[in-house]
Design a protein around this ligand. Structure first.
Ligand SMILES: [Fe+2]
Ligand SMILES: [Fe+2]
Length: 367
């Protein structure tokens, strides 16, 4: 995340810059409001503005005002934090009207600065994610309009939806919610990882089918409202290979991704997963993404041997592990992306919350 720090006091500027670089931020500096305006305009990578209010030539507020006027035309995602040495109410009101994200009063408390920066980073990530969703929504609308040639993506979408519908009908209603959550969460993490738009879209659709192998049964095991025996649990592992085999018959780019996901979504980064015990980059990135969000979702869901866990506990287990899970099971960058998007991940869970979460409708079969 790149920060543009505008501060006229050379000593404060240097100290703040060093602190932020130490924290892993990419920092560029400006000495006054006009300098800040020009540098923001010239550098598209800047996503956080850290502006002193009182500066020569132009104040931080004037700089943001000028930036907002160009922002309307170029649609950039950023947040602005103001640093102020005085409790100047008028300036604060003006800054709020311009959409200031936060205020930091001098002398700056390091913990507060870092907390605000981390919240600004979250907010920027959400904005990117929403922007991506909108662009995908618009692209889908365009694809549906008459006269447009049906591209392979559209064909893939139809095939995916069709198969997902068959799968969903076959299971309890909460399974349908599960695949939708996984699809949305996988998209969220893919976008955070910076994957290309089309790849993100493929992952969103393909991950709907990650558990399609469960269609191969045995259904009584998947719908049992009791703990499974060791043998039954071993049997459920077949859903990976069965899913891949089922999807072999479709010639489509989305289904190809789906086949990969179905086969590898229980493989662990450290090689301890199944069915093949693949390790590290032998596991496709799309399967690694689904593996992480599927594990999160599994922890959030009721099991006969434990209650559904709250968001923060599920996140803690992903990061620190427990008797079943280990952080080494996950692709490190995927885990990092999931963490940085954790609020959105929680929101997705809430959006598709299982209706019968407290009634124990699911067993401990792999998610
Ligand atoms: Fe699974
Ligand atoms: Fe699953």
């Amino acid at each position: 995340m790149k920060i543009l720090l505008a501060e006229d006091d050379a000593q404060v500027r240097t100290e703040l810059r060093e602190l932020l670089v130490e924290q892993g931020y990419d920092v560029t500096t400006a000495v006054d409001g006009i300098d800040a305006f020009e540098k923001f305009r010239a550098d598209e990578m800047v996503e956080i503005l850290l502006l002193d209010i009182r500066m020569p030539r132009a104040t931080g507020i004037q700089a943001l005002d000028a930036i907002k006027k160009i922002e309307s035309t170029n649609d950039r995602v950023f947040e602005t934090l103001f640093i102020t040495g005085v409790s100047d109410n008028n300036a604060i009101v003006s800054a709020l009207k311009l959409g200031a994200f936060a205020f930091l009063f001098k002398p700056i408390v390091v913990e507060e600065l870092l907390k605000e920066l981390s919240e600004a980073t979250d907010s920027i990530n959400q904005k990117h994610y929403r922007k991506f969703q909108n662009s995908m929504h618009n692209a889908n609308l365009e694809n549906r309009s008459p006269g447009k040639a049906a591209g392979s993506l559209r064909d893939g979408m139809s095939a995916t939806s069709e198969i997902a519908a068959i799968g969903a009908e076959h299971y309890a209603p909460d399974i349908e919610q599960h695949v939708h959550r996984i699809s949305e969460m996988a998209l969220c993490v893919s976008v955070r990882l910076g994957l290309e738009n089309q790849q993100c879209q493929h992952i969103r659709l393909a991950s709907l089918l990650h558990d399609i192998g469960k269609l191969g049964g045995p259904t009584d095991i998947y719908t049992a409202k009791r703990a499974l025996t060791k043998e039954e649990f071993e049997k459920t592992k077949d859903h990976t290979r069965l899913g891949a085999a089922l999807l072999e018959h479709y010639d489509d780019p989305v289904i190809e991704v789906a086949q990969n996901i179905a086969l590898q979504h229980h493989e662990n980064w450290d090689g301890s997963g199944y069915p093949a015990g693949l390790k590290g980059d032998e596991i496709s990135i799309e399967a690694a993404i689904v593996h992480a969000v599927d594990t999160y979702d599994n922890l959030r869901s009721h099991r006969p041997y434990r209650a559904a866990l709250p968001h923060h506990v599920a996140m803690e287990i992903l990061i620190s592990g427990d008797e079943k899970s280990n952080p080494d099971h996950f692709h490190p960058r995927v885990l990092q992306a999931l963490l940085s998007q954790h609020r959105e991940i929680e929101a997705i869970y809430e959006r598709y919350r299982p209706v019968e979460i407290d009634k124990g409708v699911t067993n401990q079969a792999p998610a």
